[in-house]
Ligand binder design. Structure first.
Ligand SMILES: C[S@@+](CC[C@H](N)C(=O)[O-])C[C@H]1O[C@@H](n2cnc3c(N)ncnc32)[C@H](O)[C@@H]1O
Length: 229
């Protein structure tokens, strides 16, 4: 699969030689989608923009060092997890979804692409007990609930970044529309950074879509309970 938009908006990835792998990922997910509803039919037709490009916006801010560990919660057809696994072969990715057949497909896609840095977990995110440097998610559940699953999975000690001297940027990365403000109103846990995706990919599909970053927080900060009405 040719990826002209990826080449246009992520020339650094073309230089890094990963566009071919991303194209094979797109083709493989489309093939699987014909058998199994991994992603919606409309999204499958626009897989480059809706899934690959969307997930790639994370590479504008992530700088994981070698050996860093990621959990992608509610990965569905492997987004953003599989895209990141291609971009960061030096890191380890645990892709989690409660639907077993989606994880079976994601594992098969990873095998077809020769991605040795991916493992799948068919289980509910809230039952995970491992620790990770990064937790990612898109379109999984409301933010307070997602943060409640994700924060306990984060290592509190910061992992090294790829370039010495850069600030540590581990934590939770979640994609969300403008609703994020409403969902976190009154919560002590506010994002440390909010990036509008349109700044990186100025196309209508990315309008009002954001990437939010929450650094690892001690228990007292993430265990927020909404006040009883
Ligand atoms: C709308 S899909 C999004 C999939 C993918 N993140 C994407 O952006 O294309 C939401 C996924 O979250 C999964 N999910 C929902 N609740 C979950 C939970 N508690 N633990 C693990 N996966 C969950 C669903 O099975 C589904 O595959």
């Amino acid at each position: 699969m040719e990826l002209p938009l990826v080449r246009e908006f992520f020339p650094e990835l073309a230089a890094a030689g990963v566009v071919g792998q991303l194209g094979r990922l797109g083709a493989s997910v489309q093939q699987w989608n014909a058998r199994l509803n991994l992603i919606s039919r409309k999204d499958a037709e626009h897989i480059e923009e809706h899934h690959i490009l969307h997930a790639l916006t994370l590479t504008k801010v992530l700088r994981p060092g070698a050996g860093a560990s990621f959990a992608d919660l509610g990965t569905g057809g492997g987004f953003p997890g599989l895209v990141l696994a291609i971009c960061y072969p030096q890191c380890r990715f645990t892709l989690v979804d409660s639907v077993g057949k989606k994880i079976a497909a994601v594992q098969e896609i990873a095998r077809e692409l020769g991605l040795e840095n991916v493992i799948g977990r068919a289980q509910r995110a809230e039952t995970l007990r491992e620790k990770f440097d990064y937790v990612t998610g898109r379109a999984v559940t409301a933010l307070p609930k997602f943060l409640g699953w994700a924060q306990p999975l984060l290592k509190l000690a910061r992992a090294p970044t790829a370039s010495a001297g850069e600030p540590p940027n581990t934590g939770v990365y979640y994609f969300k529309g403008t609703l994020w403000r409403e969902e976190l109103a009154g919560s002590p846990q506010q994002p440390a950074s909010v990036w509008p995706l349109e700044a990186w990919v100025p196309r209508p599909f990315f309008a009002e879509k954001f990437l939010l970053h929450f650094p690892p927080a001690p228990l007292t900060q993430w265990a927020f309970r909404a006040p009883v009405a």
